[in-house]
Ligand binder design. Structure first.
Ligand SMILES: [Mg+2]
Length: 362
């Protein structure tokens, strides 16, 4: 089964309500859909969600990366020889991790279809379902408390609150959410690099003293500030999760060696796909550092690939794969089955995606 062509297109899905973080507000998901075609007539499916502020990519750069650099190198490459084909993809250009992730997951999809095995079994097959949290957008404390109650009514038991813009308001928001949902719901915080180390320590000490019971704090400081990240980790009781600070296993290696964070957030759009993610998992397994799997504002296509990885590996103990749950419609048939907070992978070969409605092909 040899690669003959790669196609790209755009998919746009409306959100239930606008998604707001400290940095932006969006009302729909817009991703690049990738299909890798073969001489066997079988097609692999992938997705790139380019997040400029994090990976430095755009819709245009993903298309350029795939058509100018990846496709010419991959044409004629054999799917059965997965390692060599993925080495070719990796060396086709540096960075461009979301574009690579999309093409790579489509190649894994093809490999699974070729040998009639679901990707999660190929990668370890540890379990067949995982539980995700749900992100609550940044709004007034009252609105966030209301949204949290709605999320709990939908079955979510873990909520992720975006913080990092105004510390006093953040504390009021967390208090309002905690009193709205009670003690049985887990709360996570994501500051998305919004604080200095000093600010983070000061705020978290207040939150800890108030007994707001926060499960973990994600990426409090700037991505490159590993010393600051370590300072926060060393000075608060709440575990710290590194997100924007870790793209590759090399980044994870530094963080683990310094003990700059307690946990590592793996996202396929940062690692350049499943193989980069597996390298982080292997390193984390050796050092017994639990991993978290997260996502950008992705559709169910790449969330399916992430769910297969999360189901495959036991070192991935926490999931933030909530973007499909934020969407109003689901144009993807097949793939991961989503019911409330549960993501269940099927025994269909590859990623099991059958059809995507409404793709506007280039
Ligand atoms: Mg994050």
């Amino acid at each position: 089964m040899r690669i003959t062509n790669i196609k790209t297109g755009v998919i746009s899905i409306p959100l239930r309500t606008p998604f707001k973080t400290a940095l932006r507000t969006i009302d729909h998901i817009s991703s690049i859909v990738v299909t890798v075609e073969t001489d066997a007539g079988v097609t692999g499916i992938g997705e790139a969600h380019p997040t400029g502020p994090i990976t430095g990519e755009s819709h245009g750069s993903v298309r350029g990366a795939i058509h100018e650099f990846m496709l010419p190198k991959l044409k004629g490459k054999e799917i059965a020889n997965l390692e060599a084909t993925l080495n070719t993809l990796d060396s086709s250009m540096v960075k461009n991790t979301s574009a690579k992730a999309a093409v790579e997951m489509a190649i894994f999809d093809l490999f699974g279809r070729l040998y009639n095995i679901p990707v999660y079994r190929l990668l370890g097959g540890y379990r067949n379902k995982v539980e995700t949290d749900l992100t609550i957008s940044v709004n007034s404390a009252t609105e966030m408390a209301e949204d949290s109650k709605i999320a709990v009514a939908r079955g979510f038991r873990i909520l992720k609150l975006k913080v990092g813009l105004n510390s006093e308001l953040d504390i009021a928001r967390i208090k309002a959410v905690r009193s709205a949902v009670g003690g049985c719901v887990q709360l996570r915080l994501d500051a998305n690099q919004g604080w200095t180390a000093r600010e983070a320590i000061k705020i978290m000490r207040v939150i800890e003293a108030e007994g707001l019971d926060i499960e973990l704090l994600e990426q409090p400081v700037l991505a490159h500030d590993l010393a600051g990240l370590k300072q926060v980790t060393d000075n608060i009781a709440t575990p710290v999760l590194a997100d924007e600070a870790v793209f590759s296993a090399l980044d994870a290696e530094k963080i683990i060696a310094m003990h700059a964070a307690d946990y590592i957030n793996i996202k396929l759009m940062k690692t350049g796909g499943l193989r980069g993610a597996l390298r982080i998992c292997a390193l984390a397994e050796m050092h017994n550092v639990e991993c978290f799997i997260g996502c950008m504002m992705e559709s169910k296509i790449s969330i399916t690939a992430a769910a297969h990885l999360a189901c495959a590996r036991s070192i991935i103990t926490r999931c933030d794969l909530d973007s499909p749950a934020l969407c109003l419609t689901d144009p993807v048939s097949g793939g991961v089955e989503i019911e409330g907070p549960w993501l269940k992978v099927s025994e269909a070969p590859g990623l099991g995606i059958e059809h995507i409605e409404g793709v506007v092909w280039d």
